[in-house]
Design a protein around this ligand. Structure first.
Ligand SMILES: O=C(O)CCC(=O)C(=O)O
Length: 253
């Protein structure tokens, strides 16, 4: 484990052997009942309030997508998000995959609207992959609603993080269903953690229900962040950050 995390107060929560095996072999795992009901209600409320407040600018710091309610830079949009990027099981899983010090890559929101949401199958690490690592990115999906087959639960191809090269070396039509794809379903309050080399994408929401998620991604410490936290850091955020939060965000002490 990264001793800097422990020195700043992370309480280690060792993964089970089944969790480690799932991350190694499938490239993902789902942690259930991570978000208690009160916090879940606050996160849902914050998601909707921020989206309403930002309107057509919502998500623009990172990426907007037609048919998807996107949010970005959530580190600076409410203390309710502080515990997301410090969740101990999540940090342990990230270290297990990356095997070296890491930092937050970005904290965003994603809600495919009814009838929309399909993305190309992609990996979050943009460079060609080498089987067995080293890996560079770990992402997590915080399920603020139940993730079901009908409301657009994320699809992924188990074991695809073990392939070499790029997704395009293996898949010609990345919008099409992949024969080996599965969906990351789970109850609201669950968190799916996956290797950034895993082929995955958002899927069509064929229901009338929302499918709000937070994307909390981490990157090996030697690489630039998707959201440069030092540049974006607002005074109100800086004031409340713990030493552990500052380290994970990679902002000055
Ligand atoms: O929320 C999802 O289903 C995954 C979205 C995703 O992979 C992305 O926005 O790059």
């Amino acid at each position: 484990m990264d001793n800097e995390l422990l020195k700043r107060g992370l309480e280690p929560r060792p993964l089970t052997s089944a969790q480690r095996a799932a991350l190694d072999t499938d490239g993902f795992m789902v942690l259930e009942e991570i978000i208690p009901p009160d916090w879940l209600a606050e996160l849902r409320q914050a998601f909707d309030t921020i989206y309403e407040r930002e309107g057509d600018k919502a998500g623009e710091e990172v990426a907007q997508m037609d048919g998807v309610r996107r949010l970005a830079d959530l580190v600076n949009k409410g203390a309710v998000f502080d515990a997301v990027y410090l969740q101990p099981e999540l940090l342990m899983a990230v270290y297990h995959v990356l095997q070296r010090p890491f930092k937050l890559h970005s904290l965003n929101g994603h809600d495919p609207l009814p009838g929309s949401g399909l993305q190309i199958l992609h990996a979050d690490w943009g460079q060609p992959a080498s089987p067995g690592g080293p890996y560079h990115v770990v992402n997590s999906l915080w399920m603020l609603d139940d993730f079901t087959r009908s409301n657009g639960a994320t699809r992924c191809v188990p074991g695809s993080h073990l392939n070499s090269g790029r997704v395009t070396d293996h898949v010609s039509d990345r919008m099409a269903d992949h024969p080996d794809q599965v969906h990351l379903t789970g109850r609201a309050g669950s968190v799916a953690v996956f290797n950034g080399g895993l082929w995955h994408s958002s899927y069509i929401n064929r229901s009338d229900a929302s499918r709000r998620a937070l994307h909390c991604a981490f990157i090996a410490r030697e690489h630039p962040q998707q959201t440069n936290q030092s540049e974006y850091l607002r005074p109100a955020t800086a004031q409340r950050l713990s030493p552990l939060a500052r380290y994970v965000l990679d902002v000055p002490p």
